[in-house]
Every structure is written in C-alpha cells, then in structure tokens.
Design a protein. Structure first.
Length: 430
C-alpha cells in the first residue's frame, strides 16, 4: 500500500467505526446488495470447483498407480514364497546394471522356481497386472487434458473473479468517502450560528461531496450494469470444463470395462455371481484351515470334556478350587485347581541321652494354608473376546490362579488387578 492509500485509509477509519457502532449513517442499496450476495456465492463455488478439479486429477493418477501396484502384489502372492536374500547396500552405475543382468540370468536359468502350485490363479493375476499397466499407460497421458481443460480454465476464472472483487472493494471505499462528506455537509448546514469561516468551509465541503458523488456513481454504475452479465456467463465458462470431465470419465470407464471384461471371460466363471463364488471359495478354505493346528484358537474346556477325560465329574475339595462366576452359570469350563505340593518332612538326627545318644526326630511344621503364588510371562498380546477373558500385553507378568498340565487349555489368572481366563499357550514360565 502506498503512502497516499494509507493516508486515505486512516481518514476513512473514524467513519467506518462510527457506521459500525451506529453513530453515523450508511447508504444502503438493496439492488447492489443482492448482486454482491450472488457474486460471493459464485466465488465460493468457483474456488471449490477448482480445488475439486485438482483433487479429481490427483485421485485418478493415484488410482491408476495403486491398481498397478496392487496387481504386482497379487502376482508376488501367487508365486511361490521364497526367503529374501540379505539386503546389500544399493549400488549405482555399471554395478547396478550388472546386478540386474545377473538377476535376469538367474531367473532364466531356474524357471521352475517361478512355477506356482496354483497356475490358473497365477495366470489370472499376471493377466490382471498386465492389463492394469496397459490401462495406466493409456489413461495417464490423458490427465494432461484434465489439467489443460479443467484446472487451468477454472484458475483463469478465479483470476477474473479477483479483478471484479477488487472493483467491488473500490466501490466500498468510495461509498465511505461519499457518506463521510455528506455527513460533514449536513452537520455544517444544520449548524444554527454560522459565521463567515463556516460559509467558506461549507463551500469546500460541498465541492468535495460533489467529487465523491461522481466517483462513487461511476464505479457503482459499472458494477450494476456489468456484474449481472458476468454472473450470467458462468454457465458458458463452466460448460466446456464439464464436457471434459464427462468425456474423460467415460473414457476411463470404457477402458477399464474392456480390460476387466476380457479378464473375466478368460480366467473366471461368469455363470455365477461374485458373492456366490466368494462363498464357495471361503467355505472350502475354512474347511482346510480347520485341519491346521497352528491356525486354531485355543478352545474352552466344557464340563462334558472334563468328565470324558477324568471318567466322571471332578470333586472340588479345596475351597480355593471352586468355580468362577462364569462356571456357576454353567456356560464356561471347570478349571482344576493348581495344586502345590506340601513340603516334605525332614528329620535331623542329634545326640540325646534318653535314646542312646540320639534324640527322636522333632515333628516338622505342617504345610502352610496359604499357597505359594505362581507367575508366568505373556509371550503375545491377548485381547479378550468374551466376558471373563483376561486381556494382557506381551511381557506382562500374570499370577496363575488355576492351571492344567495341557498348555492348550484355558487357565485362570490375575494381571494388573483383573482376574480372568486366558489360553495357556500364550504364556511361558517366569
């Protein structure tokens, strides 16, 4: 801002404050206010359209890139899983080219290592990867059309809006000057006792008011005449952008539909729906997983399972070996108490006169009624899925309340003040 502009802004400041606080009158034009509201609405929509156009372009580019990466990952999954070699520091130049040639020669020399146990699925994944690469190569250059016919035009439109906005700000400043000079003239005219100095000052103020009126009317008339035309041209300006959007979206859909239709007809059974095909494969895979012990979740022992193993219901003699609150309902397992062996008696021979030089062994103290606490360490995180499960994190220290000899059973313990049941194969001895 120049010094002249700064001086004018300081001169207008008292009038602006007085108008906002209600101590000075302000000219109100309903016709212009409606045009101004429409313009602000158009400005917001234009800026949003510009941002959405850029996001649309970036999203399409990311979608094409992620499709190709996703397809390559599928191919790697369907190929036999092999351990990765030790990662050496990256090399550049001729060394890097030699590494690539050596890797290609190794692959060519051992093609059997790339064979999959599921050749049909691997072929479908490789065809999908090739199709996505071709689709990306075909659509990626067209993104420049989005940049050229959507992003750039909307940016130019926003620049035009900014020019109109600066003219509207100028009108607001001229209106303040007009109101300021008008109020000064009215106050001086309404002064009851005017002297010669006041008459001269009144003549000067009327001249300033006349100049401020002409300047304000000039800007105001331009805006009232041309702003409706500018607002009406928005459709003609945006129409080509929308046609570009429609054309590119149609091309994306057509190319992807062509690629996927070819893949489906070659590698998939189109006589059944995708949901039915998924359900059939899912049930088959789950039935195979049930045969793997390592994929099983530790199961809960029920009353019938305990009876079958022990030959009958287990009697709880010790008060500390009672059922938990869940066992009382009958829906949970009956976990046997963790029995702690009583210390054996020790007899120490010592000389005594009454027994021929040796004293009879003294009675050893009886076993303590308070069992010795047993602790284990968590090997993995465990998140309780049902009420009564004990949740803990890896390396947490757990006090064992009840346990069995089988680590695949559910044990009972306490961790961080909370008591519950947990799988025994999730912990190890402390």
């Amino acid at each position: 801002m120049s010094w002249k502009g700064f001086s004018k802004a300081v001169t207008r400041l008292p009038t602006r404050l007085a108008q906002r606080t209600g101590y000075a009158s302000e000219t109100v034009d309903q016709e212009y206010q409606e045009l101004e509201a429409q313009f602000k609405r158009l400005e917001g929509l234009a800026r949003k359209f510009h941002e959405d156009a850029k996001k649309f372009k970036d999203s399409l580019s990311a979608m094409l890139a992620h499709q190709a990466q996703f397809a390559e990952t599928l191919v790697q999954i369907y190929r036999p899983i092999a351990a990765l070699p030790n990662q050496a520091p990256p090399r550049s130049g001729i060394d890097a080219l030699e590494d690539e040639v050596l890797e290609e020669d190794t692959r060519a020399a051992s093609p059997s290592k790339q064979k999959s146990d599921h050749p049909q699925s691997q072929a479908a994944a490789e065809a999908f990867a090739e199709a996505m690469i071709q689709a990306r190569e075909q659509l990626l250059p067209e993104l420049q059309v989005i940049e050229r016919q959507m992003v750039a035009p909307t940016n130019d439109y926003i620049m035009l809006i900014n020019n109109v906005k600066r003219l509207m700000e100028k009108r607001a400043r001229k209106l303040v000057d007009y109101d300021r000079h008008r109020d000064s003239v009215m106050k001086l005219k309404n002064k009851p006792d005017k002297n010669l100095s006041d008459e001269k000052r009144l003549s000067s103020l009327e001249t300033s008011l006349d100049q401020a009126t002409r300047e304000f009317n000039n800007v105001d008339n331009i805006l009232k005449q041309e702003l409706p035309v500018f607002l009406g041209l928005r459709v003609g300006f945006i129409d080509p952008c929308f046609q570009t959007l429609y054309w590119y979206e149609l091309k994306v859909v057509q190319i992807l539909h062509e690629r996927f239709d070819h893949l489906c007809k070659q590698h998939f059974d189109m006589s059944i729906s995708a949901a039915a095909g998924f359900d059939a494969k899912y049930e088959e895979m789950m039935s195979m997983l049930t045969e793997l012990t390592l994929a099983k979740r530790p199961y809960r022992r029920t009353d019938s399972a305990v009876e079958g193993e022990e030959g009958g219901p287990q009697e709880q003699k010790d008060s500390g070996a009672g059922r938990t609150s869940d066992d009382a309902v009958g829906s949970e397992e009956v976990l046997p108490a963790y029995e702690i062996e009583a210390p054996t008696k020790s007899y120490i021979a010592s000389p005594s006169a009454s027994t021929g030089g040796f004293r009879l062994p003294a009675a050893a103290p009886g076993p303590s009624t308070v069992p010795r606490a047993s602790y284990v360490i968590a090997l993995y995180d465990f998140e309780g899925a049902e009420e009564g499960d004990l949740t803990f994190k890896k390396d947490d220290k757990i006090e064992v309340i009840r346990r069995t000899e089988d680590t695949n059973d559910w044990w009972s313990g306490k961790c961080k003040g909370v008591t519950g049941q947990f799988p025994g194969n999730y912990v190890c001895e402390l």
